[in-house]
Design a protein around this ligand. Structure first.
Ligand SMILES: Nc1nc2c(c(=O)[nH]1)N[C@H]1C(S)=C(S)[C@@H](COP(=O)(O)OP(=O)(O)OC[C@H]3O[C@@H](n4cnc5c(=O)[nH]c(N)nc54)[C@H](O)[C@@H]3O)O[C@H]1N2
Ligand SMILES: Nc1nc2c(c(=O)[nH]1)N[C@H]1C(S)=C(S)[C@@H](COP(=O)(O)OP(=O)(O)OC[C@H]3O[C@@H](n4cnc5c(=O)[nH]c(N)nc54)[C@H](O)[C@@H]3O)O[C@H]1N2
Ligand code: SF4
Ligand SMILES: [Mo]
Length: 872
């Protein structure tokens, strides 16, 4: 046990916040923001703040497993090496594949890429980053000749106008959002949000354009045509530094008058004009974009439409002016640097013959891949068709997160040999594995990550590896050695790998590629351990030179694609994305009771008119169906949702819910340039599913059996689990999910209510509350009883003797403050702004992630409007 704080990096998003972590006990860690880290300067959002709740050993994979049998490392590694070798010998190198992740450290990623592309001799290593920002990569390469993000967080401080396109920054990059808010408070930075949904990110914006999904090219081209008409182009920059294709301006001018653009994008002309005026008035513009742009069937064109605007107006290479593709995963950028995508080679090189030769020389590679491999969607299709016969999945959960995940599961089930490296024992993908390999997790790993702004930070181990878990780089290297390439994979520590990676970045580079970290090529072990967060590339393109053969950037002709009319059988469009306090497939955030409280169930957000037409009311269970599959969700009616569109979250899996399986729904269609799936727009239909009763079950530890019902969702709570349930027929079947003990019971036949509390070892072991058409009480107090030392006499009343007001849904997870408490305080104490709420209740004063929600609650309650459950 050590008292000294270790400086490391957050496990989650691409903001890459620095953390000071102190080990306080057995697998207990105190988490604080690192005031010296330039990405966050001491701040952390709700997910970072509660990382400590996820470092326990609950659910961890602790030993190598072949099927359900625990085996030693030697046996597992020998089997993996032998099966890959045999498959390659019989069917060639393209019959095997790795599917990896932006959640690997750079050192892990480097070794995986080297093994596949230099030694196995295939390009078949792709990554979940294909689903995430490969359109940005393709767009950068088309425009700049290299995948360089030409922005850093300092640009957000220096900008006069920030445009957020297809980014729910307040939820997905909360510390970047807080930085934008701080700049707004200090310098009056203007903020525009472009998103078909009204998200919390819109809460404090000067302008929200709720455009028709998929109309971003029309919007950007319209603005560019306007700039040309108004003389806002940077002609000198264009002449000196940019190549413009002959037909470029024709494409831009097409249907570019204000009214045509407003019609295509379905926004008010006056709003569009305001956007143009803001852009015209503020040359220091940062356009920050993420999945609303990338995850589209024309994602790459959308990226280039944004970059075109910045190139043509000279808003690049200067402080406060840049297109900014913000990355999602903690090491999405590191993965790009090592070339972890099937379409790139290594160190920002592609598969041009001279690059293949160069990397081959550097690695002394026996079998260099000479062409790109299969991209994620094609890769899983090839698995399904039997062309790929051995697959190794590392640090990603494709059975949940791939589009058309039902087919992906069939492919995994049919694959002759599947290896999964994960930190968690039971994942939806792990269930298809022949071999499961236990990797060390965030609190135990050592290496580097690169954040959205190209800043390399150290991730440092805090805790000893549990069980037999080993670092991913070690596991991959061991397989490499056992496949016969001992000296190429003889790494002893992450620093050995980092040095090699740095050497490759500078090897015969000669200024051709901006990614060059040659200054670290000989970094010593001690210096590596002590490495401070450091940015590569400085302010890219500041001198007007780009990474193309002629040094010029490229404007790319992009036209708005025709937007399809709704289909008769699938009249709605399904948009998918994230919640503030969950991370992807919930394998880690799902362990945190605090984070679970923000959104306890997977909701289908529907515009009230669309809902009414289908007889759907708030809280109903609905079936969301697409040609690919269907899943149940809890409906919530939201004015923030455009008519004809719906939104569902990506997080829920079979492990937590009978429904909420968003991954089954999207089409496996991809952008032609990048291969990135169009996750944000799937033709869909929705209908109500009738249920006769609703219930909740609270249990200490785990329920002895999964409660079977039409609708079951589970969240972790302090001391146990909470299940929300809905079903038909006799709810008595739920009793099978109760632990052993004595019952206290009450029933009201008339109202169809039944309440059971189970007492074991003189404490409450479970509570099951069922109702046919009445209300269910708040769960909070009962949940607290799981950890109470004795049995309260009022369990069946679900509140303490002497009663206590129901706090409503939790808004501030740090201080556990509910909606009703906040609304009451606003009224009683006449609170006028978010800061006043903070003073009165503490809400929003720690991580700050709930501040946009507090702002909305304020507006709604000072405007004396009803706040529905949907709004929180
Ligand atoms: N809390 C949390 N944070 C995360 C993650 C997480 O799982 N949870 N994951 C991380 C990862 S890997 C990623 S990639 C990022 C993603 O971060 P974001 O991209 O911000 O998140 P999303 O919710 O996927 O989608 C962003 C927005 O795009 C909008 N959109 C949909 N269609 C269109 C369109 O046609 N045009 C425009 N302009 N917008 C559209 C959606 O309505 C949505 O609000 O978040 C990272 N941060
Ligand atoms: N419909 C729809 N689908 C989407 C998206 C969307 O917006 N809509 N977004 C897409 C995007 S942008 C992304 S990034 C993906 C994310 O999707 P995934 O990558 O599938 O999601 P995660 O839950 O982050 O999976 C990471 C896995 O790695 C494990 N893990 C964590 N740390 C380590 C480690 O150090 N080593 C190893 N070996 N394993 C580890 C975790 O336990 C978990 O099982 O989802 C994509 N899918
Ligand atoms: S913004 Fe939140 S999740 Fe992202 S790195 Fe920072 S603390 Fe972690
Ligand atoms: Mo992502």
């Amino acid at each position: 046990m050590s008292e000294a704080a270790v400086r490391t990096t957050c496990a989650y998003c691409g903001v890459g916040c620095g953390i000071r972590a102190t080990v306080t006990g057995d697998r207990q860690v105190k988490i604080e923001g690192d005031p010296d880290h330039p990405a966050n300067r001491g701040r952390l959002c709700s997910k970072g703040t509660h990382l400590g709740e996820t470092v326990g050993l609950d659910g961890r994979l602790l030993h190598p497993m072949i099927g359900d049998k625990r085996v030693g490392w030697d046996k597992a590694l020998d089997l993996v090496a032998r099966r890959f070798k045999e498959t390659i010998a019989r069917h060639g190198p393209d019959s095997v594949a790795f599917y990896v992740s932006g959640q690997l450290l750079t050192e892990d990623y480097y070794v995986a890429n080297k093994l596949m592309k230099g030694f196995i001799g295939s390009g078949n290593i792709d990554t979940n980053s294909r689903l995430c920002m490969s359109s940005a990569v393709a767009g950068h390469i088309r425009a700049f000749g290299e995948d360089v993000v030409p922005a850093s967080y300092d640009d957000l401080d220096a900008a006069d106008l920030i445009i957020l396109v297809g980014s729910n920054t307040a939820w997905c990059h909360p510390i970047v959002y807080q930085r934008i808010m701080a700049a707004r408070a200090e310098r009056g930075t203007k903020l525009v949000v472009i998103d078909p949904r009204r998200t919390e990110t819109c809460e404090d914006a000067d302008l929200h354009l709720a455009i028709r999904p998929g109309s971003d090219v029309a919007l950007m081209n319209g603005l560019l045509a306007h700039c040309r008409r108004e003389g806002l182009l940077d002609e000198a920059f264009l002449t000196a530094h940019v190549a413009t294709p002959d037909d470029f301006w024709d494409a831009i001018e097409e249907d570019s008058d204000l009214w045509s653009v407003a019609k295509t994008c379905d926004v008010a002309p006056a709003d569009l004009k305001q956007y143009y005026d803001l852009f015209a008035a503020n040359p220091r513009t940062v356009t920050l974009f993420s999945q609303g742009i990338n995850q589209a069937l024309r994602g790459t064109d959308q990226v280039n439409a944004i970059i075109n605007l910045h190139l043509a107006t000279g808003r690049i290479g200067k402080p406060g002016a840049a297109p900014f593709s913000i990355t999602g995963q903690p090491n999405a950028m590191g993965g790009r640097e090592v070339g972890g995508l099937a379409s790139t080679l290594a160190a920002h090189m592609d598969f041009a013959p001279e690059n293949v030769a160069r990397v081959g020389r550097f690695w002394s590679a026996p079998a260099m891949a000479t062409k790109p491999g299969l991209k994620a969607v094609d890769l899983f299709r090839a698995v399904g068709e039997g062309r790929i016969k051995a697959l190794w999945v590392m640090a990603t959960n494709p059975a949940v997160s791939m589009p058309d995940a039902g087919r992906v599961r069939e492919a995994l089930a049919a694959c002759p040999f599947v290896v999964v490296s994960d930190v968690i024992a039971d994942t939806d993908t792990g269930r298809f594995a022949h071999v499961r390999l236990p990797a060390t997790g965030w609190a135990e790993k050592d290496g580097t990550v690169t954040n959205s702004e190209r800043r390399i930070s150290r991730q440092r181990g805090l805790l000893p590896a549990p069980g037999e878990a080993r670092p991913d780089w070690w596991i991959i290297s061991e397989v490499g050695k056992r496949m016969g390439w001992g000296s190429a994979f003889a790494y002893e520590r992450p620093a050995d790998i980092y040095r090699e990676h740095a050497r490759l970045s500078t090897y015969q580079n000669g200024g051709a590629r901006l990614f060059d970290i040659g200054h670290h090529a000989a970094i010593g072990n001690a210096a590596y351990d002590a490495m401070e967060p450091n940015l590569w590339g400085g302010q890219p393109f500041a001198d007007g030179g780009f990474s193309t053969p002629d040094g010029r950037a490229r404007l790319v002709s992009v036209r708005q694609a025709k937007l399809a009319d709704p289909l008769k059988d699938w009249p709605l469009t399904l948009n998918t994305g994230r919640y503030r306090d969950q991370w992807h497939t919930m394998t880690r955030t799902g362990l945190s009771p605090k984070l679970a409280r923000h959104r306890e169930e997977p909701l289908a957000e529907i515009n009230p008119e669309d809902a009414e037409r289908r007889g759907i009311a708030e809280g109903d269970i609905v079936r969301v169906a697409t040609p690919q599959g269907e899943s149940l969700f809890r409906a919530t009616l939201s004015e923030g949702q455009r008519r004809g569109e719906m939104f569902t979250p990506i997080h829920w899996t079979d492990r937590q819910s009978s429904g909420g399986r968003t991954g089954l729904l999207p089409r496996p269609l991809t952008d032609p340039h990048s291969g990135q799936p169009g996750f944000k727009s799937t033709p869909t239909q929705v209908e109500k599913v009738a249920t006769e009763w609703r219930a909740f079950l609270i249990v200490r530890g785990e329920a002895p059996r999964w409660p079977e019902a039409v609708w079951t969702t589970r969240i972790t709570v302090g001391g146990g689990a909470l299940y929300e349930l809905a079903g038909n027929g006799d709810p008595a079947a739920l009793e099978k999910a109760l632990p052993k003990g004595d019952w206290i019971e009450a029933a009201d036949k008339a109202r169809g209510t039944r309440r059971i509390a189970v007492i074991a070892e003189e404490r409450m072991a479970a509570a099951l509350f069922v109702t046919r058409d009445g209300e269910l009480p708040s769960r909070d107090w009962l949940i607290a009883q799981l950890q109470a030392p004795s049995v309260a006499p009022t369990l069946l009343a679900a509140r303490a003797p002497g009663a206590q007001a129901d706090r409503g849904p939790i808004i501030c997870v740090c201080f556990d403050i509910g909606l009703k408490t906040i609304v009451a305080a606003i009224a009683d104490q006449r609170l006028a702004d978010v800061a006043a709420i903070g003073k009165a209740l503490g809400a929003g004063t720690n991580c700050g992630s709930c501040r946009p929600a507090l702002g909305r609650i304020l507006t709604e309650n000072t405007a004396a409007k009803e706040v529905s459950h949907a709004a929180v």
